[in-house]
Design a binder for this molecule. Structure first.
Ligand code: GLN
Length: 486
């Protein structure tokens, strides 16, 4: 086995007993990236020099006897997380050469823990999308079939992890962007509860749902990374002051008597028979493990997509207003006029791609006087209904189970001309985002050689419960052991 293929836990042991060094581990990852990223196109920026320097430093810390789960562990970060001295582009022409003056809190916490940043991964521009085809630079390929998308928007992170470029990766999830690419690439993707991880230094998309989370090779690794990045942050007033749990303590507790809810709306007649088969197998596996599974109804689920696609563009139109080419962003070289409006139009017209523009226009409309009540306010009221319904269900059940995605990875170019089709990608993942709940996608099977994930949603702050169910399922199955042949 090559060192870059190790899980965090396995690498930790080898680093601690000095069988391997952080420099060797980092070198193995860099070598893999250099040979394979020409094909995969998962990275926007590679940080070879700084990564090797950080690896030497980690080795020195280990030699001094320092302990820490992520000390000397190499990772990749989505390129909408600010990294001091390293470009952060959000995959947008708008920020093509932007270098942040400070680190996002998650990056700073990982640096303090001794994790090694290898580079920055591709995404849909400003995280708007579900395929990475909206990146202004290039589309990342799916390691299971390079003619297909890796999902998105954290597609670069999921593809890179699936191809063993790193030991873990960071993504961001606003309405599915960690979970859906995890499903398409057969890796573990975890979205924490809203506020569990600081958003400081994550480029804002939908501030009321944005959250940073890990993409890993197994469930336990996700729990370990979350333990390092979670916790209150004085720079983010929406971060939760609740104590951070020990996410691995009860991870192996068995599932006897645990209650799982299956929302019938997510298993309706429009679900493809192949996806249903994968889900049926997963459900019987969970029953074998002792869980009690019951069908329930979530009648407001069907409004998740319309509500999400009012709230998200509204918050985007406000959050991206700062990118006007003056303080931040692309400054046009073409001189079209003198007025401020003309200059804004030129800068923003050149800097933003079509999906970002579409969302800014939709959001501006939904927030405008005269339409605010009919769209934004209404969407917020229905959001409460969706949220209440999920929370009430999670008072009676430990977790809710759904497919992560309605299908496996689709072909590059297959639906990029159809924004509505693309928005339907979020069918199962947007509800938990609107409600701020923790949710994981784990490998659950294959359909014609392409992976499919299973989503487990927990009650607010019950991430430990989500990890427990996911870990038990993973240990009883072999899906996560399959590797993409790239
Ligand atoms: N597909 C969703 C969207 O386009 C999810 C994005 C995200 O979670 N960043 O908005």
């Amino acid at each position: 086995m090559n060192l870059n293929e190790l899980t965090i836990k396995a690498a930790r042991k080898l680093l601690d007993d000095k069988t391997i060094s952080a420099v060797q581990l980092t070198t193995a990852c860099l070598k893999r990236i250099k040979t394979t990223d020409k094909t995969l196109k998962a990275l926007i920026t590679l940080c070879e020099k700084s990564a090797l320097a950080a690896a030497h430093e980690a080795d020195a810390r280990i030699a001094k006897g320092e302990k820490g789960i992520l000390l000397g562990i190499p990772y990749l970060a989505k390129d909408n997380l600010l990294t001091k001295g390293i470009k952060t582009t959000a995959a947008s022409k708008m920020l093509e050469n932007y270098v942040a003056p400070y680190n996002a809190t998650v990056i700073a916490r990982l640096e303090a823990a001794g994790a090694i940043l290898l580079g920055k991964t591709n995404l849909d521009e400003f995280a708007h999308g579900a395929s990475t085809e909206n990146s202004a630079f290039f589309t990342t390929k799916n390691p299971w079939d390079i003619k297909r998308v890796p999902g998105g928007s954290s597609g670069g992170s999921a593809a890179a992890l699936a191809a063993d470029f790193c030991l873990f990766a960071l993504g961001s999830d606003t309405g599915g962007s960690i979970r859906q690419p995890a499903s398409f690439c057969s890796v573990v993707g975890f979205k924490p509860s809203y506020g569990r991880v600081s958003r400081h230094g994550l480029m804002s998309m939908t501030s009321s749902t944005d959250v940073v989370g890990p993409i890993t090779k197994n469930v336990e690794d996700a729990a370990l990374v979350l333990g390092v990045i979670a916790g209150v942050d004085e720079y983010d007033s929406t971060s939760s002051p609740d104590k951070v749990d020990n996410y691995t303590k009860n991870i192996s507790h068995n599932l006897k008597g645990l209650k799982i809810a299956l929302p019938q709306e997510c298993f309706g007649s429009d679900l493809s028979p192949a996806v249903r088969e994968v889900m049926d197998k997963a459900i019987s596996e969970l029953k074998k493990l002792g869980a009690q599974v019951r069908e329930i109804s979530l009648p407001h689920t069907k409004y998740s997509i319309p509500v999400y696609y009012i709230i998200t563009p509204s918050e985007i139109s406000s959050n991206l207003a700062r990118l006007d080419g003056f303080r931040y962003g692309h400054r046009s070289k073409v001189k079209v006029g003198e007025s401020l409006n003309e200059i804004y139009l030129q800068n923003r017209g050149e800097g933003f791609g079509p999906e970002v523009k579409r969302r800014i226009m939709l959001g501006t409309y939904a927030l405008s006087a005269g339409y605010f009540d009919a769209y934004y306010k209404k969407a917020q009221s229905v959001r409460m209904l969706i949220s209440d319904e999920l929370n009430e269900t999670l008072e009676k059940f430990d977790v809710i189970l759904t497919p992560t995605s309605p299908h496996t990875a689709f072909k590059i170019g297959g639906q990029d001309q159809d924004p509505l089709q693309m928005y339907l990608e979020d069918t199962f993942v947007s509800g938990p985002s609107l409600a701020g709940l923790p949710a994981i996608s784990i490998p659950a099977g294959f359909i014609k050689g392409l992976p499919l994930g299973l989503q487990i949603v927990g009650a607010k702050r019950q991430e430990a419960k989500v990890f427990q169910v996911a870990h038990n399922f993973e240990q009883a199955t072999e899906w996560h052991k399959n590797k993409a042949k790239i």
